[in-house]
Ligand binder design. Structure first.
Ligand code: SF4
Length: 297
């Protein structure tokens, strides 16, 4: 986010320390966009609804063109142009699409076509409808997400439904999960959405059973502990692990897992592809499981 000129200058320093593209989200002032571009941003996001008149947009376009970087047109249901608000009465999918088309045409008329577009609403169905319509009208890449989706638990559900439905229709080129929470959570959720859609095949997928009368261990705690530890690991491989409540059914139910752990009585069973490999005492189970997992990375 670039809310002031110091933030724009900081891009230079940030760029020295990272190896991934840096997108600058511009707040209101076209000068911040230009300074961010000069400082080395790899893409800028502007909300045309709050940038001001065409002459300001033109200056941004010239800077982007000269520095060969794309612009994301970030249309937001909450800040549509006055004329569009008056025409539609509410921030409907059609209103967002009209705003997007208007601004795409404006930027194209300035001789620029390195555009990516987003039309975000906090309403999941409006988001889906808007993107579906927009995808039929323009060929530019689309950045998708449900904005202001809420806190980690509820926002994850809304984002997963919105983004998941669109990705399943082949719509969406970049994604953003917006949560009221630690930004790390947004990345974890985004990764899981992509993994569920089979669009991201690196890393460790954790499956765990819902527990039932056969479970004699504190599986909720164990699954959460393992999942948190796994979130800290990095691998380019595609690994599936299973945390199961009982050794009777667990290994069979998770026989596609590369490594699994299943609860018993006072001990745990470790298994690979459904086949038992060793029994481990309860108090050492997680530690031994994580060591076995590290061997697979
Ligand atoms: Fe129940 Fe065992 Fe299946 Fe978990 S793995 S749901 S505890 S039968």
């Amino acid at each position: 986010a670039v809310p002031n000129i110091d933030a724009a200058y900081a891009i230079k320093e940030i760029k020295k320390n990272i190896s991934i593209p840096l997108v600058a989200d511009i707040h209101f002032d076209y000068k911040l966009a230009i300074e961010s571009i000069i400082s080395g941003a790899d893409k800028i996001r502007i909300n045309p609804g709050n940038i001001g008149d065409e002459s300001k947009l033109k200056k941004i376009v010239i800077a982007a063109k000269n520095n060969r970087i794309p612009i994301r047109l970030g249309i937001n249901a909450g800040s549509l142009e006055k004329g569009i608000q008056e025409k539609f009465g509410s921030p409907s999918p059609d209103a967002m699409v009209e705003s997007a088309l208007l601004n795409v045409n404006l930027i194209e008329s300035l001789g620029f076509d390195q555009i990516i577009v987003s039309i975000k609403s906090s309403d999941v169905l409006d988001t889906i409808e808007g993107y579906v319509k927009l995808s039929q009208l323009i060929d530019y890449p689309l950045h998708i997400g449900v904005t202001e989706s809420g806190t980690v638990k509820k926002g994850t559900i809304k984002s997963s439904i919105g983004i998941g439905c669109l990705l399943n229709q082949g719509i969406g080129d970049t994604i953003r999960v917006s949560l009221t929470g630690d930004p790390k959570e947004e990345i974890i959720v985004a990764k899981e959405i992509l993994r569920s859609m089979k669009l991201f095949k690196k890393g460790i997928e954790v499956v765990s059973c819902p527990t039932c009368g056969r479970c004699n261990v504190d599986l909720i705690n164990i699954a959460n502990t393992i999942e948190n530890k796994v979130d800290e690991l990095y691998t380019t491989k595609n690994i599936k692990i299973a945390v199961m409540g009982c050794a009777v059914n667990g290994p069979g139910e998770a026989k596609d897992a590369d490594l699994g752990i299943a609860g018993g009585k006072g001990e745990f069973l470790l298994f690979i592809k459904g086949e038992p490999i060793k029994k481990v005492p309860e108090d050492k189970a997680i530690e031994i499981f994580m060591k076995e997992l590290e061997k697979l990375l």
